[in-house]
Design a binder for this molecule. Structure first.
Ligand code: GDP
Length: 493
């Protein structure tokens, strides 16, 4: 479930809000001083969707001086884990410096943020919520947790910012190796279980079953390439990802190749960062560094499952970024776009207005639109705002890497594939009639990347808009988050 965190300094009404939303009394209001309460989790259903809620409010020491560090520690946990954050503030008091500090910290994290101005009990005070705009939040919602006012509006706004619901099929487990490569000769109807009788495919090929039981206890490893032009922060990110806090199993003894990979194990999953020496290598001149970055990116893509494409937020997407992004797309690797140095473009001063480079602090949504526009072909790639330097949102990189690694290995049964095909309304494809082909049935021939064979009436290359239409339909039905989708056409004789 998506996670929403509630942050704020003590006594602003976090617990009341938490209790209001979860309908529980588990979060004790006015706890014993001096005791650090555990973070409290609850579940909320709203608009047909369940979300996990965490109340980050611990009991903080009486000592005023210690308050900021405590709320910061908790807010950081929220930043790392949550999909969206609600900062609660007391609408009846002045903005305090811990509020400002906390707001700044949250704003640097790049997560969807909402400022709930609480204790707004009268119409007069609602107008007063406007005063809190100086904190620099886009979304400022006056609420009363106590009197249940405007809570629905708050939830509507938060829910709308959550990542789309994930309703894909379970990925196949442990089919390492043999299924990876798409073998030109092996996708004919004879070699595909069920391809000729689309309705009776739910039986798996014996070979697959065997592979699965073999691999049961193998630790899943994802090979990760960190790619991008010079100075976007590749080395800094590598340091953040392989940092000292984490269990690092490196370098792997053996070939020279292995000696420069670094492996990080987390949550029973291992991440192999490819050629870390190469990532740290710098060119002597700008021109050399740029050429080297393209060569390295291409080389690293060859060995990877997942590519982390880094964009420098202070510069936006450049031609060289687009070039490297294009290679990533064509390589068939899964891609995650990381907008790095987000801290630098979202700095907000005490006046709530401080500028980066003469510009107002960047807005997450608008920024994402620009990046997406410049990297259109990577529309399937998740995008994360991070600060490698301040280690903000770096945890999310591991999570998303694991997700896209799983997605690219997902296998859809031929039966499901053809039920899907029946449901597609091809009239909606804006493709000239003479470019259309009749698809009799389709089957997934390979994973990593998911590759589909279309059995058609004629042996022609798919028109690009037809391919795009079909890819979008497949994605709507089966997601394949982060991975390109490939098609092969096979004329049925
Ligand atoms: P690489 O050439 O892609 O490996 O880039 P580096 O990791 O060497 O970083 C280039 C410069 O950007 C260095 O001065 C870093 O300190 C800086 N940098 C990297 N990540 C961040 C970040 O998240 N925020 C800010 N403000 N600076 C960063």
């Amino acid at each position: 479930l998506p996670l929403v965190a509630i942050c704020g300094r003590p006594n602003v009404g976090k617990s009341t809000l938490f209790n209001r939303l979860t309908g529980t009394r588990r979060s004790i209001v006015g706890d014993e001083p001096g005791i650090t309460r555990d973070r409290i989790y609850g579940e909320v259903e709203w608009a047909g969707r369940n979300v996990r809620l965490v109340d980050t409010g611990g009991v903080v020491p009486d000592d005023e001086a210690l308050i900021p560090s405590e709320i910061f520690r908790q807010a950081k946990v929220g930043l790392e884990e949550a999909d969206a954050i609600i900062m609660v503030i007391d609408g009846r008091t002045e903005i305090t410096s811990p509020d400002i500090e906390l707001a700044r910290l949250l704003q640097r994290g790049g997560k969807p943020l909402f400022l709930a101005v609480n204790k707004m009990d009268t119409a007069q005070l609602e107008a007063g919520a406007e005063n809190f705009r100086t904190l620099g939040f886009k979304e400022v919602m006056p609420i009363s947790a106590e009197h249940n006012s405007n809570i629905g509006d708050l939830l509507d706004a938060v829910w709308a910012a959550l990542p789309p619901e994930f309703v894909a099929e379970e990925p196949e487990e442990n089919q390492e190796g043999e299924d990876d490569e798409f073998d030109e000769d092996s996708y004919g109807p004879q070699s595909l279980p069920g391809a000729q009788e689309p309705d009776e495919d739910d039986e798996e090929a014996p070979r697959e079953r065997k592979l699965r039981s073999h691999g049961e206890h193998v630790l899943r490893e994802t090979k990760v390439a960190i790619i991008g032009r010079p100075n976007v922060g590749k080395s800094t990110l590598l340091n953040a990802l392989t940092g000292t806090e984490r269990a690092i199993v490196s370098p792997i003894a053996g070939t020279t190749r292995d000696a420069v990979d670094e492996v990080v194990e987390r949550d029973g999953h291992s991440f192999r960062f490819i050629d870390t020496a190469g990532i740290r290598r710098k060119g002597k001149t700008t021109e050399m560094a740029e050429k080297l970055s393209v060569i390295m990116s291409r080389k690293h893509l060859e060995d990877a499952d997942v590519a982390l494409l880094i964009i420098d937020a202070t510069e936006g997407v450049t031609a060289l970024d687009a070039n490297i992004g294009g290679y990533a797309h064509e390589s068939g690797r899964s891609v995650i776009i990381l907008v790095n140095k987000w801290d630098a473009v979202t700095k907000v001063g005490p006046d709530g207005l401080t500028l980066y480079d003469g510009k107002p602090p960047a807005d997450r949504k608008a920024y994402e639109e620009q990046v997406r526009h410049a990297l259109k072909y990577l529309d399937y790639a998740p995008l994360i705002f991070i600060s490698a330097l301040e280690e903000l949102n770096v945890e999310e990189v591991f999570k998303k890497t694991q997700l896209v690694a799983r997605e690219r290995r997902k296998r859809i049964s031929t039966g499901n594939m053809n039920r899907f095909l029946d449901s597609v309304d091809f009239q909606r494809a804006s493709v000239p009639m003479n470019k259309r082909v009749k698809i009799y049935y389709m089957t997934q021939a390979a994973v990593a990347p998911p590759t589909f064979v279309l059995f058609t009436d004629r042996d022609v290359k798919l028109h690009f808009s037809y391919e795009r239409f079909l890819a979008n339909e497949v994605r709507d039905a089966f997601k394949f988050i982060g991975s390109p989708i490939w098609f092969k056409v096979k004329a049925r004789n």
